[in-house]
Design a protein around this ligand. Structure first.
Ligand code: PEP
Ligand code: MN
Length: 353
């Protein structure tokens, strides 16, 4: 971090200010020019708030050189993180775990993982039918919402606890590990059998929730907020990791822009940017990013070609009658066709599907 001192500030005042900064744990190099004095802060500046420093009466300008995220930063952890989930049970294993136990579904570290299933769990018949279809097509995880963050309070809110139980039934039947959204921390006690906890776009900056999930040992699929920058997404991941939970998976799911032909705008360049900046796996959700089923396959293939570590895709056995997000849900046939076409794109980027 670099701090430019205002003109006219005395050397004594500057030394005083530098000493105050050093008491906060950094080394300060002072460079006194003819008209400008500049402080270079060396060390861990993650706890320094540039805006607070800029408000100091001696400071003209603050420039951050290092990124504010440490644990998520690839600079300090060059290897891709890989998250392994044992099929048909608990979990465990993170990072470079080539030797992870037998039948595991993995995300990151060269694996291209596809998470598929309905937006919401609606009935025993529906979730079992979709689970069978996505498994047969090659998905590694089953998704399904039991607690739904809906824009309208009058829309279907999800089956809640009963929905979780139906997901567990589907896991028993297919062996597919489960991904489901948690909306508030008290729901965690119901999520014992859920393998990956989804934090939805609307909760990406629910910092209390993120802190609590930092204390959990469950992998977290963190979706980008509707109007969040990629740096804010990484800082949200940092909240979870700072609490001790390093098993975070990021998800680009489209953002709000002026464009209205699609539900959201898929920020495809965010994928290679995130892959450069972080070692965490990066997924794409082409369903919420487009909101239109006919656009989903192309967006999914683009994600694979851009270097994503996988996808989370909505699939419904009867999209026309879905209780949630039917317009963006693939039919079983369309999903099966997509899976067949994806491998080549994933392989182009050195990923195994
Ligand atoms: C979902 O996955 O069904 C969902 C609500 O996603 P998002 O939080 O990205 O809108
Ligand atoms: Mn949905």
């Amino acid at each position: 971090m670099i701090i430019a001192i205002k003109q006219g500030v005395s050397a004594e005042e500057t030394d005083h200010f530098a000493a105050m900064l050093e008491r906060r744990g950094v080394k300060v190099d002072i460079s006194r020019g003819a008209s400008q004095t500049v402080l270079g802060l060396v060390g861990d500046t993650s706890s320094f708030d540039p805006e607070a420093l800029a408000a100091h009466h001696l400071v003209a300008k603050v420039i951050r050189v290092q990124e504010p995220y440490k644990r998520a930063n690839r600079l300090f952890h060059p290897e891709d993180t890989r998250i392994d989930i044992l099929r048909g049970g608990g979990a465990e294993g993170v990072q470079g775990a080539n030797g992870a136990a037998g039948a595991a579904s993995s995300i990151g570290g060269g694996m291209f993982a596809v998470i598929a299933g309905p937006c919401s769990v609606e009935s025993p018949e529906q979730i079992i039918a979709v689970a069978r279809v996505v498994k047969a097509a090659g998905a590694a995880f089953l998704r399904g919402g039991a607690f739904k963050p809906r824009t309208s309070p009058y829309s279907f809110q999800g089956m809640g606890c009963e929905g979780v139980n139906l997901l567990l039934e589907a896991k028993k039947e297919t062996g597919l590990p489960l991904v489901s959204e948690l909306m508030e921390i008290h729901q965690l006690e119901l999520f014992d059998g859920i393998d990956i906890i989804q934090v939805g776009a609307r909760n990406m900056q629910n910092f209390n929730l993120l802190k609590e999930l930092g204390r959990s040992r469950k992998p977290v699929l963190l979706k980008r907020g509707l109007a969040s920058t990629v740096t804010e997404l990484l800082m949200a991941a940092e909240y979870i990791m700072a609490g001790g939970n390093s098993r975070v998976i990021l998800c680009e799911r489209g953002i709000r822009t002026f464009e209205s032909f699609a539900r959201n705008t898929l920020d495809i360049a965010a994928v290679p940017w995130l892959k450069q900046k972080t070692h965490l796996p990066v997924l794409v959700d082409p369903s919420h990013a487009t909101g239109i089923a006919s656009l989903v396959p192309a967006a999914a293939r683009a994600a694979a070609a851009a270097g994503a570590d996988g996808l989370i895709v909505e699939v419904h056995n009867d999209p026309e009658n879905a209780l949630c997000d039917g317009e963006q849900s693939l039919t079983p046939a369309a999903f099966t066709e997509l899976m067949a076409s994806l491998r080549a794109y994933a392989e182009l980027e050195g990923k195994r599907l």
